[in-house]
Design a protein around this ligand. Structure first.
Ligand SMILES: NC(=O)c1ccc[n+]([C@@H]2O[C@H](COP(=O)([O-])OP(=O)(O)OC[C@H]3O[C@@H](n4cnc5c(N)ncnc54)[C@H](O)[C@@H]3O)[C@@H](O)[C@H]2O)c1
Ligand SMILES: [Zn+2]
Length: 525
């Protein structure tokens, strides 16, 4: 996702850009610097020696060359970049245009010290003329931020807040029937109209985690009422207990008692446990009705609520009874994460790190840049991390909805992680902690099999440690029995998802037991 800062000369685009990037954990690109690298000379010389037309051509090429990425990049554009409608279309395709504005007097003051090729000489009148001529182009922005009487820091804060609160993001996921994923600080208020927009006009049965604050439930109910729906609230046990057969039966019967019909819908408000239960109840009740996921945990947002996998647990194992059933919409309100326990947040961050290792180096770097902010629950850093993960996971599940190919890669860290959770009876480790250890194990295994060097593991460990996730543990022998047992379930083969480099993993089967043992020794060191 790109954020393009546009606006007249002197408005402060290149000063604000790095500050904004820092707030969002984003990378920063100065379009003029990219042009200079291409032209192998300073922008002023391109203008003087090759003319403005050549400069504009280079500018267009530099915009087009920006690689598509889920991770965030802030781009400071030159004053003229947004003038070309083709450039604006290219920017919109890749992200958001944020127009910075200011009075002429402000611009003049800020320009006074910089070297501006287009303003050389009779600076004053030339600037007024440029601003007037480009008025329409500058106005064509997704967000417009006035900068007068504001420091660059204040402008950067204002832009970050506007992106997270006013604007938010929309991602569309799925194959034939794509569904919207809405992410915004305050998205809960939009719940009613989003449900209506995707065609949910009947009754809504709202499944909610009993442990979730009353406040969130009240806000969700109010939003649904506002759009004319009168939701039936069904509370379920907090956490994993929601995914029991008894709990599912309770939900089915509550739906029947409330006379929920085929045209009605289920809405799951809670962590991954509640959205898994809500989705499975919706998949099975009345042979399948529609549902909306409103994840309230970080893990729910970056993982569980995207991709249509729904399930309950059986005494014989987790997620053993389930179905693929895509939601009609997913609504994510970053504000809900404010009440999350730090341990739950860290647990979700393990899946964020996983997403980076599996799919995109730039995302790993983004998480690395904002690791401290993420660990501390900073809203803006969480927002960009969730938005990037939704895009990555959305892309993967859209390409492979039934998990027969590329989607398997999302199990990175999970073969070992699941076994460790089961071997310690789901008591010792939060899911993300087990996944963190599983990722370290998989990297150690990749190292032993010569698929990657040790730097990869060290980088991964460094990031996990900064977030506050474990990287070392005792490996109980029961882990190997569980890996063996799961092997039988998967046609006699254990699939390991092993990293080759950050941003790329491979599926490897038939790993010799000796390699497993020596990877485990690294974990126990
Ligand atoms: N379907 C999928 O693709 C998929 C993917 C990953 C995980 N999952 C499933 O997700 C489940 C785990 O989900 P989870 O980690 O979200 O845990 P969870 O749903 O069990 O919730 C964890 C705890 O957080 C509390 N909580 C939830 N939201 C809160 C909030 N906003 N503020 C304060 N407390 C809050 C809950 O009451 C609970 O005690 C597992 O059952 C797992 O199998 C499913
Ligand atoms: Zn997981």
């Amino acid at each position: 996702m790109y954020v393009f800062l546009t606006g007249p000369p002197g408005v402060g685009k290149s000063v604000v850009a790095p500050k904004l990037a820092r707030k969002l954990g984003a990378r920063m690109v100065d379009l003029d610097r990219a042009i200079e690298r291409q032209a192998r000379k300073p922008v002023t010389r391109v203008f003087a020696e090759d003319g403005e037309a050549r400069f504009r051509q280079l500018e267009r090429e530099a915009l087009r060359a920006l690689p598509d990425a889920a991770a965030w990049t802030v781009v400071a554009t030159g004053g003229g970049a947004a003038v070309d409608a083709v450039n604006r279309a290219a920017m919109r395709e890749r992200g958001l245009i944020v127009g910075l504005g200011g009075r002429l007097s402000t611009l003049r003051r800020r320009i006074a010290d910089g070297a501006r090729p287009l303003l050389a000489g009779e600076a004053g009148s030339r600037l007024a003329e440029i601003v007037e001529r480009r008025r329409f182009a500058y106005a064509d922005a997704d967000l417009r931020i006035p900068t007068d009487e504001r420091t660059p820091d204040e402008v950067a804060s204002l832009v970050a807040e506007a992106i997270v609160q006013e604007r938010g993001t929309w991602t569309f996921v799925g194959g034939a029937e794509r569904y919207p994923v809405r992410l915004r600080l305050g998205a809960l208020e939009e719940l009613g109209w989003i449900a209506t927009t995707v065609g949910i006009t009947g009754r809504v049965a709202l499944l909610v985690d009993r442990g979730l604050g009353r406040r969130h439930l009240t806000a969700a109910v109010a939003a649904l009422r506002e759009s004319g729906s009168s939701p039936v609230v069904i509370t379920v046990a907090p956490g994993e207990a929601a995914k029991s057969f008894r709990s599912l039966e309770g939900v089915w019967r509550a739906l029947a008692r409330a006379r929920v019909g085929r045209d009605d819908a289920v809405l799951g408000l809670g962590g991954g446990s509640v959205t898994d239960l809500a989705g499975f109840a919706a998949a099975t009740y009345a042979r399948g009705i529609r549902w909306v996921a409103v994840p309230t945990t970080l893990l729910g947002m970056v993982d569980a609520a995207i991709g249509g996998k729904t399930a309950i647990d059986l005494p014989e194992g987790k997620n053993l009874a389930g179905a693929f059933h895509d939601p009609a919409a997913v609504v994510m309100d970053i504000r809900l994460l404010e009440s999350l326990l730090p341990r739950e947040r860290r647990s979700g961050l393990a899946e964020v790190v996983k997403t980076g290792v599996v799919a995109e180096r730039a995302l790993f770097d983004q998480v690395d840049r904002s690791a401290d902010a993420l660990r501390d629950g900073d809203t803006q850093a969480l927002f960009t991390a969730v938005a990037a993960c939704v895009r990555v996971k959305g892309g993967i599940v859209s390409a492979d909805p039934r998990e027969t190919g590329i989607r398997l890669s999302l199990n990175f860290g999970h073969t070992f992680g699941h076994a460790l959770e089961a071997a310690t009876r789901y008591r010792r480790y939060a899911h993300g902690e087990a996944v963190a250890l599983g990722m370290v194990f998989a990297s150690a295994l990749a190292e032993k099999l010569d698929l990657s060097g040790p730097d990869l593991r060290l980088q991964l460990e460094g990031l996990l440690e900064r977030i506050g996730l474990p990287t070392r543990c005792r490996v109980p022998s029961a882990v190997w029995e569980i890996v063996e047992r799961d092997k039988k379930r998967h046609g006699g083969r254990t699939r390991w998802i092993l990293p080759r480099r950050i941003g790329r993993v491979s599926v490897v089967e038939d790993v010799p037991p000796r390699a497993l043992r020596s990877a485990a020794r690294i974990l126990e060191r």
